[in-house]
Design a protein around this ligand. Structure first.
Ligand code: ZN
Length: 281
C-alpha cells in the first residue's frame, strides 16, 4: 500500500474545535500542506459562502464533504418537511463550495418516540425527497452510518450494509449521486466489515473515508475521539480494505476531542495529523 501523501488528505474542520473563523482555518489547513478540508454548516451559513468558495478554490483545496444534514425524523409533518427544506438549502451551499458530497447524519428518534422503524422510514423518505435536488445541483449525497450507540439521538442508520440497502432501494441504477461515507470510528467494530466495504465498493458507492481512533477507555462517546495511532483501530488494515474496494478519493481526518486536541494549538494539531496520516494510516 502506498504511503499517504498529504495532498490526498483532508481535514474536517471539527478536528480543530471550531475555534477560529472559517477563513483562518482554511488558510491554516492549506499552509500545513493538506489537499482538502470538510467544513461545517454553522461555519459557512453565517458567513459569505461565495467568498469562502473563492478562498478554497484559490488555494486549490478540495472540499471532501460538507457537514452535515439536518436530521430527518420529526414528530410532526410540518417539521419533517422543514427538515427537508433545510437540507435543500444546505445542498445549494454544498454546490457553491464544490463539495464532493453532502454528509448525511440522518437523525435519531423524534422526541417521545419509541418507533425505530418509523424513524427509519422517515429517513428513507427524506433522502428520497432530496435526491432530485442533489442530482440537479450536481452534489452527491453520502449517507454516514453511525455507531449503534447513537441510534437514539443522532442516527438510525448504523451499519454500512444498512446504508447500502437504503441506497440500493432509493437509487437502484446508481447514477453516482447516492453513496456512503465510511468513518472508521463508527464502523471498526463490525465483524463483517471487510465484506460490507467490499460490497459498497463493488457498487461504486464509497464517497468518503473518515479517520480518527477509538480510545481505550473512551471517556465521552461523542467528544473523546482519538488521534490516529492513539487507539485500537487497525487503520492501515482499514485503508487497505477501502482501497481494495476501489476507493481512490481522499482520506479525511475527523476528530471530536473536547478535552484534548481541541485545547491544543491548531497548528500543532495539524502537524500531528500530518505525521500520523503518513505513519499509521
Ligand atoms: Zn465522519
Amino acid at each position: 500500500m502506498e504511503p499517504l501523501h498529504l495532498t490526498r488528505c483532508s481535514i474536517n474542520t471539527a478536528t480543530l474545535g471550531h475555534r477560529d473563523p472559517i477563513a483562518v482555518t482554511i488558510d491554516r489547513i492549506a499552509k500545513a500542506g493538506f489537499g482538502g478540508l470538510a467544513p461545517w454548516r454553522h461555519e459557512v451559513e453565517g458567513a459569505d459562502v461565495s467568498k469562502i468558495a473563492r478562498q478554497i478554490r484559490a488555494l486549490e483545496l478540495k472540499v471532501t464533504g460538507y457537514c452535515r444534514s439536518t436530521y430527518f425524523p420529526a414528530s410532526t409533518e410540518e417539521q419533517r418537511l422543514a427538515n427537508i427544506q433545510s437540507n435543500v438549502r444546505a445542498l445549494n451551499d454544498a454546490a457553491e463550495l464544490g463539495a464532493e458530497c453532502f454528509v448525511m447524519v440522518v437523525g435519531g428518534l423524534p422526541e417521545g418516540s419509541r418507533d425505530l422503524s418509523d424513524a427509519r422510514a422517515q429517513v428513507q423518505d427524506g433522502i428520497g425527497a432530496l435526491l432530485e435536488a442533489a442530482r440537479k445541483l450536481g452534489v452527491r449525497l453520502a449517507i454516514e452510518p453511525l455507531h449503534p450507540m447513537y441510534a437514539g439521538e443522532r442516527s438510525v442508520i448504523n451499519t454500512i450494509d444498512q446504508a447500502n440497502a437504503l441506497a440500493r432501494e432509493l437509487d437502484p441504477h446508481n447514477d453516482g449521486f447516492l453513496g456512503i461515507a465510511v468513518d472508521v470510528y463508527h464502523c471498526w467494530w463490525n465483524p463483517q466489515l471487510e465484506a460490507a466495504v467490499s460490497s459498497i465498493g463493488k457498487d461504486n458507492r464509497i464517497l468518503a473515508y473518515h479517520v480518527s481512533d477509538w480510545l481505550v477507555p473512551t471517556t465521552d462517546t461523542l467528544l473523546d475521539r482519538g488521534m490516529m495511532g492513539d487507539g485500537v483501530i487497525d487503520l492501515k488494515g482499514f485503508r487497505q480494505s477501502v482501497e481494495n474496494a476501489g476507493y481512490a478519493r481522499m482520506v479525511e481526518v475527523e476528530i471530536f476531542s473536547r478535552d484534548n486536541w481541541w485545547k491544543l494549538p491548531p497548528d500543532l494539531v495539524l502537524q500531528t495529523c500530518a505525521e500520523r496520516l503518513q505513519s499509521v494510516c
